[in-house]
Design a protein around this ligand. Structure first.
Ligand SMILES: Nc1ncnc2c1ncn2[C@@H]1O[C@H](COP(=O)(O)OP(=O)(O)O)[C@@H](O)[C@H]1O
Ligand SMILES: [Mg+2]
Length: 124
């Protein structure tokens, strides 16, 4: 439903790092429950015009995928930095990565390689 729901974004200038810091305890609790961990590595970035609900959903989905991709003791790194005048939000997990054939399918509704996956995280 969230994928189909193309309602207007509620854009506001705000700091992505602050949003990540607010979300962090929730994300870390999830990770620790699975014997994994998350590290925030936040660089100095300008405020961005973003919809906080959209970004929260995005962070949750990418964090979930990262955690699901890793074995016990795995560490997920969530990083912000500036590259060529663009703010980058990056997620790096210690899983096996995504095979080339699958990369072009990311974002296709219901594409999943997981037994109980929905294939909705990336499209959202
Ligand atoms: N961090 C990741 N590591 C490896 N594969 C990934 C990762 N994130 C996404 N994928 C691949 O993309 C597919 C689609 O992801 P997603 O849309 O979130 O659906 P789901 O997680 O329900 O399978 C996953 O099934 C997996 O094959
Ligand atoms: Mg997912």
């Amino acid at each position: 439903m969230s994928v189909a729901n193309r309602k207007q974004s509620n854009l506001r200038y705000q700091n992505l790092n602050e949003l990540l810091i607010k979300l962090f305890p929730l994300l870390q609790a999830d990770a620790l429950n699975q014997g994994k961990s998350i590290v925030l590595d936040l660089g100095e970035i300008a405020n961005l015009e973003i919809d906080s609900n959209e970004i929260i959903q995005l962070v949750l989905n990418l964090t979930r995928n990262g955690l699901e991709a890793m074995a016990q003791d795995g560490c997920l790194r969530i990083k912000t930095f500036v590259e060529k005048q663009t703010v980058v939000l990056s997620f790096t997990d210690e899983g096996t990565g995504i095979i080339t054939e699958h990369i072009s399918k990311l974002g296709t509704l219901f594409f999943t390689t997981k037994e109980n996956g929905s294939g909705l995280g990336m499209p959202i």
